[in-house]
Structure formats: structure tokens, C-alpha cells
Design a binder for this molecule. Structure first.
Ligand code: B12
Length: 258
């Protein structure tokens, strides 16, 4: 059994077909905020230039679950490293569809289908979480925030880099984080927030940990977070993406002699 399971929470897949179709209907009624200004991109221009990464990324970006699984399986069979296929292929596809979304050339259901293809591809990457544990980390999304695709990707990458990741789920309040920190004694708490309305929950969590004399760092990321926001508390840090996060965690683990 892997230490993480992308797209599942408490044993439940995050959205079933019925829920995705409901979202499509809902999305057609919704006014989404305007996209980020800038030149529009094409999918091809956003994908990696070399194979097998390009085809794998394309299968994710186009939400093709079967292709993602079979292309990764084939590449693993040819001797490619599962972690490289994940970071340089599968995740690049997810990045591409996110950029198209920002330019209003893709919509929420396409992001959700891409997340499924990513999940199917990761399943074929081998036992990414089976490395020696460098320490335990807790992950959660900010209180009020239900966006979990990014959190699940971060979970997969951090686990693949040798950490035991305990996923507290979505919309987790500071009291629950404190409780888990006391039980699991992590080397870091990770927080994801995609909404500006929910990110202030991290200030509350950072304050509660400090008030209780707990020295564990709260490392935050996601679309609603930047360095300026994180710098508001001494025990809070920002990581721009999962790779930068792994570097920070490795430094913490090294300082602890791991
Ligand atoms: C998919 C989606 C949804 C899905 C979520 C499904 C799910 N299971 O997650 C649904 C449809 C449910 C949804 C609902 C809503 N959404 Co929404 N959603 C999105 C969307 C389109 C994509 C997010 C996503 O998954 N991206 C793909 C992943 C891979 O990227 P990511 O999350 O950014 O994660 C990466 C990095 O940020 C980073 N990262 C993430 N977390 C962390 C943590 C750490 C520690 C680190 C180091 C890195 C890191 O690493 C990840 C991998 O590279 C975004 C638009 C966007 N461009 O982001 C809007 C967006 C986030 N949603 C938005 C809004 C407003 C809502 C709703 C309020 C809409 C509504 N009217 O109901 C609700 C809120 C529900 C709630 N209470 O949380 C806004 C937020 C605006 C803001 N700045 O506050 C956005 C930005 C859309 C927009 N342009 O306005 N949403």
C-alpha cells in the first residue's frame, strides 16, 4: 500500500463521474472571475519538447486516463525512473492545463479530468513512497478551502522524496492541526491555499503553534500564497512549488541529522 493516494480522501475518490457532470452543469451557470491577462498559449507550446515526457504530459492535459496509465506503464517497462516520469511528464501536463485555464482556454471539468489522468499515471510510476523515511510531515488545506488537487500533488512528490506524509484533508482548522502535531510530531506542517479568503487561516495556525511553544515550521504554498504573505509570521515559510518545498524539507531533515 502506498503512503499516499492521489485523488482519494478518507478512502473516497474526490469526485465521481456524477459529481463531475454536476460541476459541468454548475460551471455553465457560474460567472468565473476574468482570466489572467497575457498572450494566449497553445497546448503543444506548453508541453515538454522530448519524449516520452511530451506524450505523457499531453495525455494528462487532455484528461485521457487510459493513455496516461498505459504510456507511463510502457515507459517504466523501458527502464525510465518513475519519479522523473511523474515530475517531468505527468506534472507538466497538469501545469499546461492550469495555464490554459488561466487564459480561459480550459475550464474546471477539464482540470478535474486532467487530475484523474495524473492520478492514473502516478499509479503506474511504481512505489514512489517506499523510500526510507526522512521524517514525518503533516499536510492540509486552509480552513474553508476545499481545493485539494494541488495538495494531493504536493503529497505525492513529498512522499516520493522519502517523507512520511500524513494528509489531514481539506478545510482543516488550527485546533485540528495542533492536535495532529502533538500526536505525530512532524518535522514540518504543510499548508495549501488557493483562495485569498482562506489563507488567513494560516496566520491563526502559526499563532496557535507559537503560543503553545511548538517550534515546527508551517510551510505554505498554493495560488493564494506568496513570500510577502508568509513573511508575516516568523514560524511561517513559503515554497513556490513542490520541488522548492522538497529542498526546504531536505534542509530541515539534514539539520535533524537525517
Ligand atoms: C479545480 C478548481 C476548483 C474545483 C476544486 C476541485 C478539487 N478537488 O480541488 C471546484 C470546482 C470544487 C472549485 C470550487 C471553488 N473555487 Co476553484 N478553482 C479550481 C481551479 C480551476 C484549478 C485549481 C487546481 O486544482 N489547479 C491545478 C493544481 C495542480 O494547481 P494548484 O492547486 O495551484 O497546486 C500547485 C501549486 O499551487 C503548488 N501548491 C499547492 N498547494 C501547495 C502547498 C505547498 C506547501 C506548496 C509548497 C505548493 C503548493 O503545487 C501544486 C502543483 O504544482 C482554480 C483556478 C486556478 N488557475 O488555480 C480555481 C480557483 C482556485 N477557485 C476559485 C474559487 C473562487 C472557487 C469557489 C469559491 C467558486 C464558487 N463560486 O463556488 C469554490 C470554493 C470551494 C471551496 N470552499 O474551496 C478561485 C480562487 C480565487 C481567489 N484567489 O481567492 C480560483 C483561483 C479561480 C479564479 N480564477 O477565480 N474550484
Amino acid at each position: 500500500m502506498r503512503a499516499f493516494t492521489l485523488g482519494f480522501e478518507a478512502g473516497k475518490r474526490f469526485l465521481d463521474d456524477h459529481e463531475i457532470f454536476e460541476l459541468i452543469e454548475e460551471g455553465q451557470k457560474q460567472e468565473w472571475p476574468m482570466p489572467v491577462e497575457g498572450p494566449s498559449s497553445t497546448l503543444g507550446g506548453l508541453l515538454p519538447g522530448i519524449e516520452p515526457f511530451r506524450a505523457i504530459a499531453q495525455s494528462v492535459a487532455s484528461g485521457d486516463v487510459e493513455a496516461a496509465a498505459s504510456l507511463v506503464k510502457m515507459a517504466v517497462g523501458e527502464g525510465w525512473d518513475g519519479l522523473i516520469l511523474a515530475t517531468d511528464g505527468l506534472l507538466k501536463g497538469m501545469d499546461a492545463i492550469s495555464i490554459l485555464y488561466n487564459q480561459k482556454q480550459a475550464y474546471v471539468p477539464e482540470i478535474l479530468l486532467a487530475a484523474r489522468a495524473l492520478d492514473a499515471g502516478l499509479e503506474q510510476c511504481g512505489d514512489l513512497g517506499a523510500l526510507e523515511s526522512k521524517g514525518t510531515v503533516l499536510i492540509h488545506t486552509a480552513d474553508g478551502d476545499l481545493h485539494d488537487i494541488g495538495k494531493n500533488i504536493v503529497t505525492a512528490i513529498v512522499a516520493a522524496n522519502g517523507y512520511r506524509v500524513i494528509d489531514l484533508g481539506t478545510s482543516v482548522d488550527s485546533g485540528r492541526v495542533l492536535e495532529a502535531v502533538r500526536v505525530d510530531r512532524p518535522i514540518a506542517v504543510l499548508g495549501s491555499s488557493l483562495m485569498t479568503s482562506t489563507r488567513s487561516a494560516f496566520l491563526e495556525t502559526a499563532d496557535l503553534l507559537a503560543k503553545e511553544g511548538i517550534e515546527v515550521p508551517l510551510i505554505i504554498g498554493g495560488g493564494a500564497i506568496d513570500g510577502a504573505f508568509a513573511s508575516q509570521r516568523e514560524n511561517m515559510r513559503y515554497a513556490i512549488d513542490p520541488r522548492a518545498l522538497v529542498e526546504v524539507l531536505d534542509a530541515i531533515a539534514r539539520a535533524k541529522g537525517k
